[in-house]
Ligand binder design. Structure first.
Ligand code: 3DU
Length: 232
């Protein structure tokens, strides 16, 4: 369970996790994402950075972005880790050192038994990918097993595609109210804002619909308004 993500979400009354993958051609990515967050940071509870951000801004660029905004934004590293436990743990440890609050890993390897990662007084929240927004994946046939595994590992939550409301409902049924369900696929991938929350997700992950919008703030305001206010 992530109390920090819920706390920030309640303060800002936002259920949006902004995915920073895209930057306009010719713009310095760090500069673009920093000015975007200065403009819309009050409307987002979390920010998700993955390989696109790491490869374009570099490790030091990512560290700088996280350091600059982590006071009131919850940062999730989305490297969709899928490896043996020792490697996943050592990457997660470095992700925590970079200042991230949470990290996303794949569940399908079934390689893990104890993944908790701490440093000083901080610990990393882990989210497992239980279902993807691609129309059909091998994971779909194993949803229950992936959810059971996430529960056994005591993860903070799971990622479930916003276009799969049945999978979101199933995740909620199996994991209970404390687990956080993060749903990508809203906007650019075709799912209407609010649909995943209506099915039982806690947060909608939105990337290009906001980041590539000519008016990101107005777009985000509309998305935030489409959500019921956080009840935590
Ligand atoms: O399509 P968007 O631009 O809103 O970005 C969606 C983000 O969510 C992007 O970072 C992608 O890597 C992530 N994601 C999915 O889109 C679908 C999944 O099943 C898992 C993660």
């Amino acid at each position: 369970m992530s109390s920090r993500l819920r706390k920030i979400s309640a303060e800002k009354r936002s259920r949006v996790v902004l995915a920073l993958d895209y930057h306009p051609h010719g713009r310095d990515p760090l500069d673009f994402w920093s000015s975007l967050l200065s403009d819309v940071g009050d409307l987002v509870a979390g920010v998700k950075l993955g390989l696109p951000a790491l490869l374009s801004a570099g490790v030091e660029g990512v560290r700088e972005l996280v350091e600059s905004f982590s006071g009131d934004v919850y940062f999730i590293a989305d490297f969709k880790l899928a490896d043996i436990e020792d490697i996943v743990r050592s990457v997660a440890q470095r992700v925590l050192s970079l200042g991230f609050d949470g990290a996303i890993l794949h569940l399908f390897p079934l390689c893990y038994s104890r993944l908790s990662v701490r440093e000083g007084g901080r610990s990393l929240d882990l989210y497992g990918v239980a279902s993807m927004s691609c129309s059909s994946t091998l994971m779909d046939a194993h949803l229950d097993e992936l959810l059971d595994y996430a529960a056994r590992l005591g993860l903070a939550g799971v990622v479930v595609g916003a276009n799969k409301p049945g999978a979101i409902r199933r995740a909620r049924e199996k994991l209970g109210p404390q687990a956080l369900i993060l749903s990508p696929g809203v906007g650019a991938q075709g799912v209407e804002p609010g649909a995943a929350i209506a099915a039982g997700a806690d947060f909608e992950i939105v990337g290009r619909a906001v980041v590539a919008s000519p008016s990101p703030r107005a777009t985000l305001e509309k998305i935030v308004k489409s959500h019921p206010p956080p009840g935590w």
